[in-house]
Design a protein around this ligand. Structure first.
Ligand code: ADP
Ligand code: MG
Length: 391
């Protein structure tokens, strides 16, 4: 996905106010009626419709007039809200090149005023796994469904919380810097994904280190669930860093053993195929063979801590309910909905009241304090100049 951050420079305070109003309306409207946007935004000098047109031109909104005149955020619109908030917080001041395209994320380099370069991960849940099921729309209406905004925000929150907790427990993960909406800022990992590496100096040691991490995670009560050559970064000194945490589960999960074995198998398979590492010790698969356990650890013989998720994650503001929602999504248990810009999305249920009320509108004013007039984002291209509001 193209993220043309130059557009940010040309967006005014009113543009962001209206964009935020659409986001707020999306709490309980699939498509937010234009009148409601106007009411929430309550621009001092009017002109909501002109602003909507401008946002539409920049593809920050999607217009839908099939039932009534309404709008919803596009991924790009949501990106801009998150980026704007982070820039205002001083987390970073410029966005650079794209460094990764994950299954359900886009990763960019960002830099702060000191020139420190970090990684920005924008979660895009549903990009690959949601299917358009228009014919089932009536049926879906009465089912539990979640929109991509909610799910992508949860994925980011979970990733941030796990990264922080894992780092505090000495795991080799990026440094978690900040999180807003569907966006996580973390330190930039030097090196490359293991999938790109053709040769290692110390294959055995790297293998043992990686298997050791899977075991240590389980000892801490966790299973990565997507532990493979794409989510392991390695540098020239063969130092390992683990990334990508939104799908992690607790060792008390009903399928824990299967997930654990899958993570282990994945690594064994990759190392034997890519680096010709042989695993003879594992061949007889004898139960009491300690050597065999070192190569292929058994879930049942690991002393597992429990409560890691509950304690550490609830302390980080990630609730049990949110954890359950995202787990259901990861397991495909939720009705899935289209997120393509040309297709409609289902309304999120059970996460908000059914109408916008007065306190929402008051909250909106504090939200918009993030987008004060003199708060225009600074240049958002690595080489860009700081520009004033051009409107
Ligand atoms: P997804 O969940 O979509 O798979 P990942 O977190 O695995 O996303 O990131 C996708 C790719 O982006 C990685 O394979 C890696 O190349 C790059 N990447 C992600 N995070 C970082 C980081 N902190 N530093 C450097 N590169 C990163
Ligand atoms: Mg990944």
């Amino acid at each position: 996905m193209k993220l043309d951050v130059n557009v940010l420079r040309y967006l005014s305070k009113d543009d962001f106010r209206v964009l935020t109003a659409v986001e707020m309306g999306m709490r309980n409207h699939e498509i937010v009626p234009a009148e409601l946007i106007d009411r929430i935004a309550s621009l001092r000098h009017g002109g909501t419709y002109k602003v909507l047109k401008n946002l539409l031109k920049h593809k920050l909104l999607h217009h839908d007039s099939s039932k009534y005149d309404g709008f919803r955020l596009t991924y790009l619109g949501y990106d801009f809200l998150a980026i704007k908030t982070m820039v205002n917080r001083g987390v970073f001041s410029s966005v650079g090149r794209q460094i990764g395209v994950g299954k359900e994320s886009d990763i960019f380099e960002v830099a702060n005023e000191d020139g420190t370069v970090m990684a920005m991960k924008l979660h895009r849940l549903g990009r690959t796994s949601f299917r358009a099921v228009k014919s089932k729309r009536d049926y879906l209406k009465h089912r539990s469904s979640f929109n991509w905004l909610y799910l992508s925000r949860l994925a980011a929150l979970k990733e941030f919380a796990f990264m922080k907790a894992l780092q505090e427990h000495g795991f080799p993960v990026p440094n978690a810097v900040d999180c807003n909406r569907h966006c996580v800022i973390m330190s930039l990992v030097q090196g490359y994904p293991l999938v790109q590496v053709k040769q290692l100096q110390s294959t055995d040691i790297v293998f043992e280190k990686i298997i050791g991490i899977i075991v240590r995670l389980a000892e801490h009560g966790l299973i990565h669930c997507d532990f493979n050559e794409f989510n392991i970064m390695i540098d020239d000194d063969e130092k390992i860093t683990i990334i990508d945490f939104p799908q992690m589960v607790s060792v008390s999960h009903r399928n824990a053993e299967m997930y654990f074995d899958r993570d282990v198998e994945c690594i064994i398979k990759f190392f034997s195929k890519r680096f010709n590492l042989s695993f003879e010790a594992d061949a007889d698969d004898s139960d009491s063979d300690a050597d065999s356990d070192a190569v292929k650890p058994r879930f049942s013989s690991i002393k597992k801590a429990s409560g890691f998720l509950d304690k550490e994650l609830s302390a980080s503001g990630f609730s049990r309910k949110e954890q359950d929602d995202i787990e259901k999504f990861n397991e495909g248990g939720l009705e899935k909905i289209s997120v393509s810009d040309d297709e409609e999305i289902e309304e999120e249920e059970g996460h908000s009241s059914s109408t916008i009320n007065a306190s929402d509108i008051q909250n909106f004013d504090s939200l918009c304090s993030l987008t004060k007039a003199d708060d225009q984002p600074k240049a958002c291209g690595m080489s860009g100049e700081v520009e004033e509001d051009q409107q």
